[in-house]
Design a protein around this ligand. Sequence first.
Ligand SMILES: C[S@@+](CC[C@H](N)C(=O)[O-])C[C@H]1O[C@@H](n2cnc3c(N)ncnc32)[C@H](O)[C@@H]1O
Length: 242
Amino acid sequence: MKLCCIGCGPGDPELITVKAVKILKEADVVFAPTSKQDKPSIALSIIKDYLFESKTKVVNLIFPMIKDRKSLQEHWRINADKIAKEVRKGKKVVYVTVGDPSLYSTWIYMHNELKNRYKEIEIEIVPGITSIFAFAAEAKMSLVEGDENLGIVPACYDINKVRQTAIACDTIVFLKDGRYFGSVIEMLKNLGFSKDSTLAIAEEVTTDNNTMSLYKLDEFQLENMEQQKYFSIMVVKKNAKQ
Ligand SMILES: C[S@@+](CC[C@H](N)C(=O)[O-])C[C@H]1O[C@@H](n2cnc3c(N)ncnc32)[C@H](O)[C@@H]1O
């Protein structure tokens, strides 16, 4: 009894591994995360053309975007039960997730549930290209070099953690919810980041809706910033050499 989790990459269906495509073509059941009942799964939209449509059953699993831990845990339990039920039938079952499964993915909760409650299920994880590296490729930016360090932090939770990461790292990647980027940039200015620090903001990298803006920190005007989408990434390099 085996379940395979596949990292689907950042959005371009060609940015997925050969191994992932092979597994998807053979899948009996594909589970795909979404935040609401009627909202299409982004992971599914990336890989749908690789499925053998008449054969593969697709099931959306709901992971609501809420912070109430108890309610989240209930959703994780129900979703893991649905996956386990199909695996126990002897089906080839796949869970798909955007980017890589190890980076802020719903998969992490499924993995923990299955590991704890369905020990008999073997798990395979196929890595994917994360939004971070897809962003760096599109921006043609090296994230770190020499002795520099890199911090990754979600912008939408604890602003104190954001501040500490920014202080401690040469390059900082801010993920999860571009609507918080404006307040983070103001904080960086107040932290004394050099005026020459490079700031890059991108939305939906590797898709047709991709946008990319590059600034020097002191050029950035909050009032000119457009409302960013949830699928946005912001990178700040303190000591930009280029
Ligand atoms: C729940 S996390 C999933 C991250 C994913 N596992 C990865 O490896 O990139 C979702 C966040 O990842 C970032 N993200 C994922 N795909 C993106 C894309 N194509 N363009 C910009 N940001 C993306 C955004 O910050 C978004 O809010």
